[in-house]
Design a protein around this ligand. Structure first.
Ligand code: NAP
Ligand code: ZN
Length: 350
C-alpha cells in the first residue's frame, strides 16, 4: 500500500514529502500506524551521506512508536490495537552466534537496519519512521507498557535509550561506581537518567555552559563543563566508566586520563570525521581501555523499556511537525536540542 513519508533524494537536498510503498503484512508481520518518531543524530549523518553509502530516496527514523493495525496469521505476540515500538533493526539472520545470543545488532551476516539497509521490498532498501505506517516482522517489534499519554516521550528510548542502557549494563554500572556521560544531547541525556537510575554516581560532561542546571535535573550528581581544564583535572584518575556520546571528532585523551586504573571509556558517537588518534601512554600506564558499543539486542531493548516503564523514565522531548525537520537538524548541529526532537507523525497528513 502507498504511505505518506518524508525523505531526501540526495545528500544536498532538503527532506520533502514522498509517497512510499509498504508490503502487505506476511504471516509473521505486524503493520503499525506510526504516532511519533524520534530524531536521532544518525538520521542526519545518513540523510546527508556523512558516513557514505546512503541509498536514495532516504527516509530516516528509527525511534518509532504507534499502534498495531494489522497482524499476519502466524503472529502470536501482538494483536490489533497494541501499543508498540520499533528501534534501529527490522531483521537479522536469526542463525549466527550473535543472533543466537540475542545480540542481533552484532549479526555476523549484517542486521537489517530500519532504514538504508537491503530489502526485497520496493525500492530495494529499507525506509524508516518518518512515515505514517511500517510493516515489521514481529520478532523486531517491542511492547510498550508506559501510560499512553507518555508515548511521544517513549519514542527516543528505542535508540537513545537502548544505546546508552546496553553499555551501562555491559560494563556493570551501579551503586559504588563513578560514571561519566559525555555530550548531553539525545543519547547523553538518556545516559544520565539511566546511570542515575542504576544507582551510579553520575557525572555529566558538557561543552554547553547552558546545560549545567539541566544536567543536574536529569539526574547528574556533578556536572563538568569540559572546556574548563581546571574542572576536568579535578577528576583525574577517578572514573570507573565513561560513556562518550559526542557526535563530532574530538580529543579522547582529555577523557581517558580521567579513568581509574582498569577503567573503560565506551564510544557510541560515530562522527563524520575520525577522532585524532589517542595517545597510548595514558592507556598503557593504567591498563585503561577504549571500547565501542552498538545499540542493543531485541531482548535487552524490551528489558530497557520495562525498566523505564517501572521507574517512570522517559525522554525529555521537543515535539515538532515533520515540516520542521530541516530546522531541527540545524539546531541539532548546534547542540541546541532539549533533549530529543520527536516528530508528530500526524503532521504527515498536512
Ligand atoms: P545529539 O543529540 O546531537 O547529541 C550530541 C551531543 O554531543 C551534543 O548535544 C553536544 O552535547 C555534544 N557535542 C556536539 N558537538 C560536539 C563537539 N564538537 N565537541 C564536543 N561535544 C560535542 O546526537 P545523538 O542523537 O545523541 O547522537 C550522538 C552520536 O551517537 C551520533 O554520532 C550518532 O550517530 C551516534 N549514535 C550511535 C549509536 C550506536 O549504536 N553506537 C546509536 C545512536 C546514535 P553538549 O552540548 O553537552 O556538549
Ligand atoms: Zn539512533
Amino acid at each position: 500500500m502507498v504511505v505518506k513519508a518524508y525523505g531526501a533524494y540526495a545528500a544536498d537536498k532538503p527532506l520533502e514529502e514522498i509517497d512510499i510503498e509498504r508490503r502487505r503484512p506476511g504471516p509473521g508481520d505486524v503493520r503499525i500506524q506510526i504516532a511519533y518518531c524520534g530524531v536521532c543524530h544518525s538520521d542526519l549523518h545518513t540523510v546527508r551521506s556523512e558516513w557514505s553509502g546512503t541509498l536514495y530516496p532516504c527516509v530516516p527514523g528509527h525511534e518509532i512508536v504507534g499502534s498495531v493495525t494489522a497482524v499476519g496469521g502466524a503472529v502470536g505476540k501482538f494483536k490489533v490495537g497494541d501499543v508498540v515500538g520499533v528501534g534501529c533493526m527490522v531483521d537479522s539472520c536469526q542463525d549466527c552466534p550473535a543472533c543466537s545470543d540475542g545480540l542481533e545488532q552484532y549479526c555476523e551476516n549484517g542486521f537489517i537496519g530500519t532504514y538504508n539497509a537491503p530489502t526485497a521490498d520496493s525500492p530495494g532498501h529499507t525506509l524508516g519512521g518518518y512515515s505514517r505506517q511500517i510493516v515489521v516482522d514481529e520478532k523486531f517489534v517491542l511492547r510498550i507498557s508506559h501510560p499512553v499519554e507518555q508515548l511521544a516521550a517513549v519514542a527516543p528510548l528505542l535508540c537513545a535509550g537502548i544505546t546508552t542502557y546496553s553499555p551501562l549494563r555491559h560494563w556493570k554500572v551501579g551503586p559504588g561506581t563513578k560514571v561519566g556521560i559525555v555530550g548531553i544531547g539525545g543519547l547523553g541525556h538518556m545516559g544520565v537518567k539511566l546511570a542515575h537510575a542504576m544507582g551510579a554516581h553520575t557525572v555529566a560532561f558538557t561543552t554547553s555552559e547552558s546545560k549545567r542546571e539541566d544536567a543536574r535535573a536529569l539526574g547528574a550528581d556533578e556536572v563538568i563543563v569540559s572546556r574548563s581544564a581546571e574542572e576536568m583535572n579535578a577528576h583525574a584518575n577517578s572514573f570507573d566508566f565513561i560513556l562518550n556520546t559526542v557526535a563530532a571528532s574530538h580529543d579522547l585523551d582529555a577523557y581517558t586520563t580521567l579513568l581509574k586504573r582498569d577503567g573503560t571509556m565506551a564510544l557510541v558517537g560515530v562522527p563524520e570525521h575520525p577522532h585524532p588518534s589517542p595517545n597510548v601512554a595514558p592507556l598503557i600506564f593504567k591498563r585503561r581501555a577504549i571500547a565501542g558499543s552498538l545499540i542493543g539486542g531485541i531482548a535487552e531493548t524490551q528489558e530497557m523499556l520495562d525498566f523505564c516503564a517501572e521507574r517512570g523514565i522517559v525522554s525529555d522531548i521537543e515535539m515538532i511537525r515533520i515540516q520542521q525537520i530541516d530546522e531541527a537538524y540545524e539546531r541539532m548541529l548546534k547542540s541546541d536540542v532539549k533533549y530529543r526532537f520527536v516528530i508528530d507523525n500526524a503532521s504527515l497528513e498536512g
